[in-house]
Design a protein. Structure first.
Length: 383
């Protein structure tokens, strides 16, 4: 299976310190939208069209970044282009900042933080009204501020699904040491830097709408770190084996047992690892409940597919919002108007597309390639 990471720019409307995001990122050009994706129709033009699916909402497999698009009003006492204060509420010029990395993803945040601190070292007097000199320290207990990079921020004050959170300090009696600043660590370097600068601005007394307005705006567009799409993974499920259920209620009575046997041949082919294209985690077991099954197969006399008599549509999760699934939750397969002796071939092929992420002809086991004639499809191809 191909191992490439598609680098995509994804715009996400951000929530900053309890407010939501929407201006152009002032530190970089705005990334372009990636467009939308519809269900995979199961056609054989697979080399150019990787399978897409529908996002489900029953709890993410990974930490999922929710979109938040509800802005809040800029405070009425914002001061525009004038410095906010001529007095330093911190009571000292040099402040120590520690980094708390809770992401555990191997990423280094030190240079990002240092760049953000440098911005305020150069601009705090101009915008906050007093000079600040930040320095990075290693001891969180002795630091003036701790910047925590976390997978997600559930709430900040009364706002939910925020991407950054910090207190607004305008007087000395509000200062708490160490002050914790939370940053959601799922964005690229430029966007993460802007998040840190924005939240530090609040600790300097800057409100939304204060200068620098592009930094302190109540809305910003940030770019998420792209995640590996499901079709690029060897296994895009969070468990194995996968359960398979079949609805044969519309199949002619004389063909029901044959169709059921054909489905068994298909899943047993994968279970036996009959081809080196089959991932090691692939394992399937039959169950009776369509509702609870991971793979839901319907065999019918009429097609439920948009462009062909058989199709697969995966459902799952899209945490990086690139309109492609990163993990599967379940897959629906439809096979219609097929020779009962070929049902197993069509089911096995659609399992490859909708459950294993096959996208090009070369990824399929040889017996399941679209070039195989009807004589192969109705044969004992699984042997």
């Amino acid at each position: 299976m191909r191992r490439r990471l598609t680098i995509l720019s994804i715009i996400v409307m951000m929530v900053l310190a309890g407010c939501s995001g929407g201006v152009t990122n002032p530190l970089t050009d705005s990334p372009s939208d990636t467009g939308t994706a519809g269900p995979h129709d199961g056609s054989d033009t697979l080399d150019d069209t990787p399978p897409t699916g529908t996002v489900v909402t029953e709890g993410p497999i990974e930490n999922e970044t929710e979109r938040a698009e509800t802005p809040i009003d800029t405070p009425a006492d914002s001061t525009g282009d004038k410095p906010v204060s001529e007095e330093n509420p911190w009571g000292e010029r040099t402040l120590t900042v520690a980094i708390d990395d809770q992401m555990n993803d191997g990423r280094s945040y030190e240079s990002i933080v240092e760049n953000a601190l440098s911005y305020w070292n150069e601009n705090s007097e101009k915008y906050a009204g007093y000079p600040i000199e930040y320095e990075v320290g290693s001891d969180a207990d002795d630091a003036d501020l701790v910047i925590s990079f976390v997978p997600n921020i559930e709430s900040c004050n009364t706002k939910e699904n925020v991407q950054g959170c910090a207190p607004l300090y305008v007087s000395e009696d509000q200062i708490k040491r160490p002050t914790n600043v939370e940053i959601q660590g799922t964005y690229n370097e430029t966007s993460t830097k802007l998040l840190v600068i924005h939240e530090l601005g609040h600790t300097l007394g800057l409100r939304h709408g204060d200068a620098p307005k592009q930094i302190m705006a109540a809305k910003s567009d940030f770019t998420t770190i792209p995640k590996t799409d499901a079709h690029e993974k060897d296994w895009a499920w969070d468990h194995s084996p996968l359960t398979v259920a079949v609805d044969t209620s519309s199949v002619a009575p004389q063909n029901k047992q044959k169709v059921s046997n054909q489905v068994d041949k298909a899943i047993n082919y994968y279970n036996s690892k009959g081809d080196n294209h089959i991932p090691g985690q692939a394992s399937f077991t039959r169950v009776n409940s369509m509702e609870d099954a991971d793979i839901k197969i319907t065999v019918d006399s009429s097609s439920n597919c948009a462009q062909s008599g058989d199709c697969a549509q995966p459902f799952g999760y899209d945490p990086d919002h690139d309109n492609r699934l990163e993990n599967y939750a379940f897959t629906e397969i439809s096979v219609s108007d097929a020779n009962p002796d070929a049902v197993g071939w069509y089911v096995a092929r659609r399992i490859g597309i909708g459950a294993l992420g096959y996208t090009s002809i070369g990824e399929f086991p040889t017996p399941l390639r679209s070039s195989q004639p009807e004589s192969v499809r109705t044969s004992r191809w699984w042997q």
